[in-house]
Design a protein around this ligand. Structure first.
Ligand code: IFM
Length: 446
């Protein structure tokens, strides 16, 4: 794939990570445990038996990691804050040592002229709140708003964007739907209720942060996909419609239209969430930007065993179909259905079975993956979708949740035994690609 797509000079180029996946230092300097500490410390939950205790040791090595980003010439870094690092119980006392870490990280980014894009919640709920019911307990949404306001008060003028949540679909469906993720519950009714509380917490946090006032753009990051029927059968088409309703519209409709999608409510029946008066008005408020994470499409088959997609471009190491056209389709579909704010592609990338040979990591498949998705998002941009930036997932190989360290998403290889970072070919390529995109800026950064 050799096409070169020229993006506007104002386009934001970044890399992304999240706290639990890279920070380590799980119990250092007053940090409280999160549900992912508990989950990973429970035998049998993580495929390779690993934990996030050390991860990439980014808590101690952040200057090196920021220097790597500066060398790549990125404009922006998207990362999440560990709530239990700054508020160990998720409510009550703040932990100043935890705030200091993020202050130091921001200073390092500022010194390198890299914009910070912060996510408040990337799945690592303080265990203290889980002990009181976690996201099933409506009070958690109010505690989240308190935490959000404090972040906005302390850092709101130093960061470019603040996203309330990363991929609430995952917390609801993998954390409470099929038990793959913390806290490890498999209960449809609870999962649907949790999704409502997550959305409520988003709305409450938006209001709380607005009251504080800051220069940061405020929004949310959602993982989304198109849902294609495997065949033209009525059953497959119905399955695809429900999949899109429960995954995409379930989060988009309340935020942009103030109601849950009819189809999903009908199918859920008694499992539909308890929604109190006024909740939807809280959720349905203006956001300044939307983050979209795209990895694959959903291919919906009702046959047994389910019919599989052709995978003309192959699959990633996660077994996910490589399907860049889905990104264009999704963006155009969202553009037609909602009054969208500016969009950032906040995550896109692939797991690849990378190995070091003679000191080199030749991950040509990842370069091809990213190029194809950049072309796909540009196709949507040229058709009118307001896309402001692209964040490659991920800067570093890191802890891939229930897959542990077995899956490598980084453009920078991490040797977990030594913590040595080695730029993969994709990192060198990304740096060169950014130079092509805006020669002036990168030349200045060098
Ligand atoms: O690693 C995750 C990230 O935490 C959330 N989005 C998907 C990535 C790849 O699975």
């Amino acid at each position: 794939m050799t096409d070169f797509t020229q993006f506007p000079a104002s386009f934001t180029w970044g890399v992304a990570t999240s706290a639990f996946q890279i920070e380590g230092a799980w119990n250092v300097d007053g940090k409280g445990p999160s549900i992912w500490d508990t989950f990973t410390h429970t035998p049998g939950k993580i495929i390779d038996g690993t934990t996030g205790d050390v991860a990439c040791d980014h808590y101690h090595r952040y200057p090196e990691d920021v220097a790597i980003m500066a060398g790549l010439g990125v404009d922006a870094y998207r990362f999440s804050m560990a709530w239990s690092r700054v508020q160990p119980q998720g409510k009550g006392a703040w932990n100043e040592a935890g705030w200091d870490f993020y202050d130091r990280l921001l200073k390092e980014l500022e010194s390198r002229h890299i914009d910070a894009h912060v996510t408040l919640f990337h799945w690592d709920l303080p265990q203290g709140l889980q002990d009181e019911g976690g996201w099933l307990n409506r009070d958690t949404a109010y505690h989240f708003a308190t935490y959000a306001a404090e972040v906005a008060r302390r850092f709101g003028n130093r960061v470019k964007t603040i996203a309330t949540h990363n991929e609430p679909w995952c917390t609801a469906n993998l954390g409470y739907g099929n038990a793959q993720f913390a806290p490890g519950v498999a209960n449809l009714k609870q999962s649907v209720q949790v999704s409502h509380h997550l959305l409520l917490s988003h709305g409450l946090a938006m209001s709380a942060m607005r009251e504080v006032g800051s220069t940061a753009q405020l929004g949310i990051v959602l993982n989304q996909w198109t849902a294609d029927p495997a065949t033209d059968s009525e059953a497959d088409r119905a399955a695809a419609a429900f999949e899109y309703a429960r995954s995409v519209e379930w989060f988009m409709d309340p935020i942009f239209k103030g109601h849950y999608p009819e189809l999903a409510l009908r199918v859920y029946g008694d499992n539909a969430p308890v929604v109190e008066d006024g909740d939807l008005a809280i959720i349905h408020q203006k956001i300044d930007f939307m983050g979209l994470n795209y990895y694959f499409r959903s291919f919906c088959s009702t046959e047994t065993p389910p019919r599989q997609p052709e995978c003309k471009l192959g699959k990633t190491d996660m077994g996910w179909e490589i399907y860049p056209d889905g990104l264009t389709e999704l963006l155009l579909k969202l553009h037609a259905a909602y009054a969208l704010p500016p969009i950032y592609i906040t995550e896109n990338g692939m797991a690849n079975p990378d190995t070091i040979v003679d000191g080199e990591i030749a991950d040509a498949a990842r370069i091809d993956f990213v190029l194809r998705h950049l072309k796909a998002l540009n196709d949507a941009r040229l058709q009118g979708v307001n896309i402001q930036g692209y964040f490659l997932w991920s800067l570093l190989d890191n802890f891939e949740w229930n897959s542990g360290y077995a899956k490598r998403f980084g453009i920078v290889h991490v040797d977990y035994a030594t913590q040595k970072r080695t730029l993969k070919h994709s990192a060198h390529w990304y740096r060169d690609y950014l130079i092509q995109q805006r020669p002036q800026k990168t030349a200045n950064a060098a």
